[in-house]
Design a protein around this ligand. Structure first.
Ligand SMILES: *Cc1c(COP(=O)(O)O)cnc(C)c1O
Length: 430
């Protein structure tokens, strides 16, 4: 069958799965097994030769199931389905987003290499870069959204390490302010410093917008990474991760995964297969809700500024130019500055009734948090202010609830903040 005529959402129920290999079961079962029985010793030998890279797969040869650290149907079918959203050749799935990120960095960087990475960046990634990679003698250098290629290059040359550049790693849109980084600019930079025997790899963490509205491989990136805990899982009940790219690069990532042993478990893989069936409808609804929440927030007197991809057109032409090159939608992540500071932000958060006060994002239920004291607390104060992560910033992940209920909830929590200010003013007057 020619699958290319179908949209990814039409294939999430069936792609890569043959019911007749599983008693006709319409759904892929959970292959809760550690090992697989070979038909013959010869077959076992052939599978191992290919799995361990001792020889290349022959044309039409199928590499069979060996052992669940190497391969398992739930893992492989999930990988096949994930490739469809990003138009990738191959995918490797992991037990967490962090294991996808750390395994990728360890595979493509070696002692002496330089990693160039964007800021602000997910806290776990920041910690891994600063405290683990450096322990292995890998040099690191950050840049931020808004820096031009010339500015980045000048610092790169100034460091004396430009010939050591091994990877450009970026997160866009950036958490929590939706700042965009130009993927094509990073690709141009990487190509400029690639030489015959060393390709500088461009990796993009696409978690914050999810797999539907941004496809970094199409902008020239080599690898795209996800915390599948977020939109892909979508129900706040699993931790998982993924890396996608061409067969050669993903093949290398899979070999390291086999030896680190951080592959996804059959049960988590199965849960994600289930999640993928509703990815498009969930994300469409979440994005539609987010737009409604933003439209309402923008008119509220206690809301100073909204950070949302759909607001760039009039507020920030240079960011909007990047948006037009690489984004196909606005997603369901937004943040806003509340009038006041931590006291007002906390009053708002403590008074929400339907929206839950929790970190993480992209799930069916709406969540709210305070980046400056929670997800981004590790970033030094001065740097945080630079990224607009101040005490008055609140981050929202919008779910699939009735949007009027979300707006009602935000309204009544803001009303509590208004009352607080009222008391204040009296106290001051007194
Ligand atoms: C959550 C997250 C991660 C880490 O993923 P885990 O699944 O929690 O390990 C990485 N990057 C981004 C942008 C995230 O939001």
């Amino acid at each position: 069958m020619d699958y290319s005529r179908f949209s990814p959402e039409s294939l999430m129920m069936s792609y890569g799965y043959n019911p007749h290999l599983s008693e006709g079961a319409i759904k892929c079962p959970i292959f809760q097994t550690s090992t697989f029985v070979f038909h013959s010793a010869e077959e076992g030998k052939a599978f191992f030769e290919v799995a361990y890279g001792h020889r290349k797969k022959k044309k039409h040869e199928k590499i069979g199931l060996i052992y669940s650290r190497i391969n398992n149907p739930d893992m492989e079918i999930l990988e096949d389905r994930l490739t469809l959203w990003d138009g990738a050749e191959a995918c490797a799935v992991f037990e967490s987003g962090m294991s996808a990120i750390s395994t990728t960095m360890l595979e493509f960087l070696k002692p002496g290499d330089l990693l160039l990475y964007s800021n602000p960046i997910y806290g776990g990634t920041h910690h891994f870069i600063h405290h683990v990679l450096t322990k292995f003698g890998i040099h690191i250098m950050g840049f931020r959204a808004g820096e031009t290629m010339d500015e980045i290059e000048m610092r790169l040359k100034g460091s004396g390490l430009s010939d050591k550049l091994g990877m450009v790693y970026l997160e866009t849109p950036a958490n929590p302010t939706n700042d965009l980084i130009d993927i094509e600019m990073c690709v141009a930079l990487a190509r400029k410093y690639s030489v015959a025997d060393k390709n500088v790899i461009v990796s993009v963490d696409n978690t914050y917008i999810g797999p539907i509205w941004q496809h970094p491989l199409k902008n020239g990136a080599d690898l795209v990474l996800y915390s599948a805990t977020k939109y892909i899982g979508g129900h706040s009940d699993v931790i998982a991760g993924a890396v996608l790219g061409n067969k050669e690069l993903i093949g290398r990532v899979k070999v390291l995964r086999t030896f680190l042993g951080n592959m996804i478990s059959p049960y988590t893989g199965w849960l994600l297969l289930r999640s993928l069936e509703t990815l498009k409808v969930r994300m469409d609804k979440q994005a539609e809700n987010a737009q409604k929440v933003v439209d309402w927030l923008k008119q509220h007197p206690l809301v100073e500024k909204v950070y949302y991809l759909g607001c760039l057109e009039h507020s920030n032409p240079s960011q909007h130019a990047i948006y037009r090159k690489q984004c196909l939608g606005n997603g369901a992540m937004l943040s806003f500055d509340i009038t006041g500071g931590e006291k007002e932000a906390f009053t708002f958060l403590n008074n929400l009734k339907l929206i839950k006060l929790a970190v993480s994002l992209g799930g069916t239920e709406s969540l709210a948090e305070h980046p400056a004291t929670m997800t981004h607390v590790d970033i030094p104060d001065e740097e945080r202010a630079h990224y607009n992560i101040t005490s008055k910033l609140i981050r929202l992940s919008i779910g699939v609830e009735n949007p009027q209920d979300l707006i009602w909830d935000i309204d009544q929590a803001l009303e509590k903040v208004a009352q607080l200010d009222h008391i204040y003013n009296k106290e001051v007057a007194f």
